[in-house]
Design a protein around this ligand. Structure first.
Ligand SMILES: C[S@@+](CC[C@H](N)C(=O)[O-])C[C@H]1O[C@@H](n2cnc3c(N)ncnc32)[C@H](O)[C@@H]1O
Length: 218
């Protein structure tokens, strides 16, 4: 069996340099997040930006729901790949990071495509469910405690063959470290098993950033 490469920071830099260039505002968001200290780890990685952009284009995605906006890096990565008549609803409960994200969306001329909602994501999801709203793709990247709820409700909000993409499913590699038994590691392990056993989707886990699960609704 072929062995996967271990991606060290040198290789990561090489991949980044030889992949398409990020939009200047994506670079600005990354620079801004770096200035925040430890909290910058909330943002997705550059390889994940590239992947979200590509899958949005290749799958001809038009309507997206994002759960967990933060300062807007993943939102913008997807929005820039949407057609002019595409749309993205981004959910977050934090008003101050959301305001920062909105400024970046305006700078990148993407604010027409993006609508943000500031409240606990479960409330918005239940509103969408009541109103029979349907999306092509949902990106889940918020509180891990609600991952199962987000996944279950999202399944009812996407069309057949729609996608659900979930971040942090490898949890810094701790999902396979038997010495790690803290609450969040176990929540992620339970979530991964739950998705694996779900017959309503087919799924793969990609070793990008902190781990992406990509689910296609059957
Ligand atoms: C990991 S960050 C999202 C990172 C973002 N996708 C990016 O690439 O920069 C998680 C976000 O989820 C938000 N969040 C946490 N719990 C939430 C909840 N119950 N409802 C809505 N947003 C929530 C946090 O405020 C935070 O901004």
């Amino acid at each position: 069996m072929g062995k996967n490469l271990e991606i060290n920071s040198e290789l990561e830099k090489y991949i980044e340099e030889l992949s398409y260039n990020l939009h200047p505002v994506q670079h600005e968001i990354i620079k801004y997040n770096n200035s925040l200290g430890d909290i910058k780890r909330m943002q997705i990685s550059i390889s994940q930006c590239h992947f979200l952009h590509l899958i949005t284009k290749v799958s001809k995605i038009k309507n997206v729901l994002e759960i967990g906006t933060f300062t807007g890096l993943s939102t913008l990565s997807i929005a820039l790949a949407l057609p002019d008549d595409g749309s993205l609803i981004a959910l977050d409960k934090n008003e101050s990071t959301n305001n920062i994200a909105i400024n970046f969306f305006k700078k990148a001329n993407q604010e027409i495509k993006i609508k943000t909602i500031i409240k606990p994501a479960l409330e918005s999801l239940n509103d969408f469910k009541k109103n029979n709203k349907i999306f092509d793709m949902v990106f889940i990247d918020a509180d891990k405690e609600n991952y199962k709820n987000y996944y279950d409700i999202s399944l009812g909000l996407i069309k057949k063959e729609g996608l659900i993409i979930v971040d942090n499913v490898l949890w810094h590699g701790e999902v396979v470290d038997k010495t790690k038994n803290d609450r969040l590691t176990n929540i992620i392990r339970d979530f991964n098993s739950y998705v694996k056993d779900d017959k309503k989707t087919e799924q793969i886990i990609l070793p990008l950033g902190d781990g992406f699960t990509v689910c296609r609704k059957l």
